[in-house]
Design a protein around this ligand. Sequence first.
Ligand SMILES: Nc1ncnc2c1ncn2[C@@H]1O[C@H](COP(=O)(O)OP(=O)(O)O)[C@@H](O)[C@H]1O
Ligand SMILES: [Mg+2]
Length: 270
Amino acid sequence: MKKIVVMSGKGGVGKSTVAANLAFMLSQKGNKTGLLDCDIHGPSIPKLLGLEDVRGLDSKEGKLEPIKLNGVKVFSMGFMLPSRDTPVVWRGPIKHKFIQEAIEKVDWGELDFLVIDLPPGTGDEVISIVQLAKPDGSVVVTTPQSVALEDVRKAVNFSIHVGVPVIGVIENMSGMLCPHCRKPIEVFGSGGGRKLAEEMAVPFVGSIPVDASIFRSGEEGKPFVKQNSESTRIFGKIVDELLENLETIGEEMKKLKEKAEKEKKEKGEG
Ligand SMILES: Nc1ncnc2c1ncn2[C@@H]1O[C@H](COP(=O)(O)OP(=O)(O)O)[C@@H](O)[C@H]1O
Ligand SMILES: [Mg+2]
């Protein structure tokens, strides 16, 4: 099973939208896929997928059963919280334990991919999740505004620091197509994500425009990749690139490991 974390420097950039739709797109491509929402303070996967009323899942032999939605197995921290409107006021160690339970006790069965939606930023909880889940790659979501880009730099550096290769930077809310003339309008500017990725030597995988149908599908609790739209086509290409990068980086890591092991052996023998 390959684990992909979706992270961002700050909230509201479309991280959960990307995570949910990445999971559904992977499933549409024929992969057994799981989606884990690890955002304790603001779990938005239930809202984006119309699962807000799910509470307290079935457990079999101490294992928690994820919800199956259109072939994707979904588990959200939100399912385990007392209610939709109760804020979480736990201190660090309790949160760590809660995260551990959610990661270790969910019965995913056999999966090709697990997509993990992280809390925004690079705080304590993100560190706990990364340590416990040991992801194979990260996707960093940003918007074009320069403030967001300052934060996204930290997210990229964090991922590199904890040894999780960045398999793609996505610029979300990057311009919009005028609904009347279909010409692009640069709402928050565009191109910053690509520039940042180039500067930091991580792959840039594409831009998603501001699209009213993406927003509406979120409100209605349906993934936008189920629609036949320009944004769905753009997203399909982004997912292909992410998979390619995951594979390439995986092979590079394998080679490095083999090389290190060979050197160790040679040293031992010599
Ligand atoms: N490309 C887009 N076009 C229009 N609305 C979007 C787009 N991406 C995200 N949104 C909307 O923006 C809001 C925040 O997105 P969300 O994925 O919850 O962000 P985050 O997880 O980073 O906080 C949601 O209402 C979502 O539907
Ligand atoms: Mg979110």
